[in-house]
Design a protein around this ligand. Structure first.
Ligand code: ZN
Length: 242
């Protein structure tokens, strides 16, 4: 079965629409999101509505949690904080209610989904070193764990008791005796110097993960951010994928 794995949409409607248009044709799509539907961008409610109409499932990201006062934002940088205050003000009732229903962790047969790390998902730590990857591997009960949060696609591999990091490659063929933590990158605010939206497709029958990079109307997404009075930096960074 093919699973469509997305993450970190961040209220970027233009990126989200382009990504959805690129989904492979299929009547029953299994779409799962590793969190952060909102925050940073200018269209939180429409993005949540799209997520619902796609029938996608989603875990709670730190920006989702911040927008419904479910996490501490003292460690957020000034732009992120401003975006949280803006999102709290603009989130409609149904969007707020939807975010309240999101779990920290989802499991679906051969894979698990969490925004940050599996060992303390409510703390939203970055999966950014072998030690943290090992903590997650220790309690991971599936072959693969998909994560988001850093907006940088890449993977940790557990092979014969050791953890290896592999930077972004378009295609990952899963080895039989290894396990994986895969960062799926970001739909709405890529930070790996490639401004195109990023997501992946996991074929659990063939054990292959394929990344896709999708061009979208970055200028309109940037313009929406400026028009809404959100920090200019949040619009400008989309141009460079930073
Ligand atoms: Zn994010």
């Amino acid at each position: 079965m093919k699973h469509i794995i997305i993450s970190d949409i961040h209220s970027n409607l233009q990126a989200f629409e382009a990504v959805v248009r690129s989904f492979p044709e299929s009547d029953n799509k299994n779409i799962i999101c590793a969190g952060d539907i909102v925050g940073y961008g200018a269209d939180p409610n429409v993005c949540i509505d799209m997520m619902i109409s796609l029938g996608a499932r989603c875990v709670l990201g730190n920006h989702d949690a911040a927008s419904i006062n479910k996490t501490d934002i003292t460690y957020f940088n000034e732009w992120a904080k401003e975006a949280v205050y803006w999102t709290r003000e603009h989130l409609d009732r149904s969007g707020y209610g939807y975010l309240e229903t999101l779990p920290y962790v989802l499991e679906d047969g051969s894979f698990t989904m969490v925004h940050g790390t599996l060992h303390c998902p409510e703390e939203f730590m970055y999966m950014d070193c072998g030690a943290r990857a090992m903590h997650t591997f220790e309690i991971l009960s599936t072959k693969v764990c998909f994560v988001g949060h850093s907006h940088v696609p890449g993977s940790f591999i557990l092979r014969r008791g050791s953890v290896y990091y592999r930077s972004y490659s378009e295609r990952i063929v899963l080895e039989k005796d290894a396990r994986y933590i895969i960062n799926v990158g970001s739909v709405g605010q890529p930070r790996d110097d490639d401004p195109r939206a990023c997501y992946c497709i996991y074929d659990s029958d063939k054990d292959v993960v394929e990344f896709r990079r999708i061009e979208y109307d970055v200028e309109t997404a940037r313009r929406r951010i400026l028009d809404e009075g959100l920090p200019r930096y949040l619009g400008d960074r989309l141009l460079n994928g930073r």
